[in-house]
Design a protein around this ligand. Structure first.
Ligand SMILES: [Zn+2]
Length: 331
């Protein structure tokens, strides 16, 4: 049997537990493996999976409380709420696609959240493997579009400084890097997506800084494109539309998780969470893609930090550790 064929078989077996939680490995399986079917319901046009079935699949204990539920083991932790989409995975803030559904004394998790947020983050290795050799870095804004104003530097300047540092560090590690801009110019959003489609990088990383009316708001956010039939974090209405970026939904989630947690570990910045948005560059990306909001320029303290060489180096170290962990999961 050719090794290639064996690989396909392995992938098929690896895919199987998503629909039929099966605890034994194929090689060790008895003649009639014990298969637990995953139970689900349809609610408001969406499919929801029975929460205890998800807990059993990952061998997690379940604790129900007043406002939500915690699924946990020594290795993993999932916190979700009945009313809010805000929750956490392994202690890091995540905005899920739907709250936990409580129906007839039973709790359910949306299939979208299970397949496109929770499972890709919990899984040791992702099913959709690909080499990580070429990385496209997209410093947001530029030229006529300054982005958010800041206390020392504007957004377009910080985005470019961080992106160029990231480029140098990645090249030093042997990655090939393609930039959507290397100076103070503004390539249109469609031109950035077109470049991605044309040069076919393995990852697309957009660098931005945030701004808010409330000057106290601070911290890091990492965005991935919203899956079809789900609502973006800043929105309540689900949309059916699918974009090129949605071909990487599962890998996007893992990339966002590794980069967000990497940045938090290296910077000690506030955790504003993994969020979903249909941003143009994320919709149009032809490979796994994230958009990082490195911090709030509207916050005086964070705005000053973001302009500092030393803090930018920390951001870059965090992004690189995230890319390395992602690359390990898709090897
Ligand atoms: Zn921006």
């Amino acid at each position: 049997m050719k090794p290639y064929f064996l690989l396909i078989l392995l992938i098929l077996f690896a895919v199987q537990p998503v629909v039929t939680a099966q605890n034994t490995t194929p090689a060790a399986a008895p003649a009639k493996p014990k298969v637990h079917p995953v139970r689900f319901v349809y609610y408001a046009g969406m499919r929801y999976i029975l929460l205890p079935d998800i807990a059993r699949y990952y061998r997690l204990s379940v604790r129900y409380h007043k406002t939500g539920v915690i699924l946990y083991s020594k290795m993993r932790r999932l916190e979700m709420s009945y009313k809010k989409r805000e929750g956490a995975i392994n202690g890091f803030r995540v905005y899920f696609l739907a709250p936990v559904l409580y129906l007839d004394k039973r709790a359910y998790i949306s299939e979208n959240d299970f397949l496109k947020v929770i499972d890709p983050i919990f899984r040791a290795r992702l099913q959709k493997k690909h080499p990580v050799r070429t990385i496209m870095i997209d410093p947001g804004h530029g030229g006529s579009d300054p982005g958010a104003p800041g206390p020392i530097l504007r957004e377009k300047q910080i985005n470019l400084l961080v992106a160029l540092k990231l480029k140098r560090a990645l090249e030093h590690l042997g990655f090939k890097v393609i930039m959507t801009r290397e100076r103070d110019i503004f390539p249109s959003l469609s031109a950035r997506s077109a470049l991605c489609a044309q040069r076919k990088p393995d990852l697309f990383i957009s660098i931005h800084c945030n701004s808010a009316g409330n000057k106290r708001v601070n911290g890091v956010e990492t965005f991935l494109v919203t899956p079809p039939r789900a609502a973006s974090t800043a929105d309540k209405t689900p949309r059916v539309t699918s974009y090129p970026g949605n071909l990487s939904d599962r890998n996007n989630a893992r990339l966002a998780y590794e980069i967000q947690t990497g940045i938090l570990k290296f910077t000690n910045a506030g955790d504003r969470g993994i969020r979903h948005a249909r941003f143009a560059v994320l919709r149009g990306a032809t490979c796994p893609a994230v958009l990082i909001e490195c911090g709030f320029l509207s916050n005086l303290e964070e705005g000053r930090k973001l302009a500092m060489n030393e803090y930018q180096n920390r951001l870059v170290a965090g992004i690189i550790s995230g890319i390395a962990r992602y690359a390990y999961a898709v090897r």
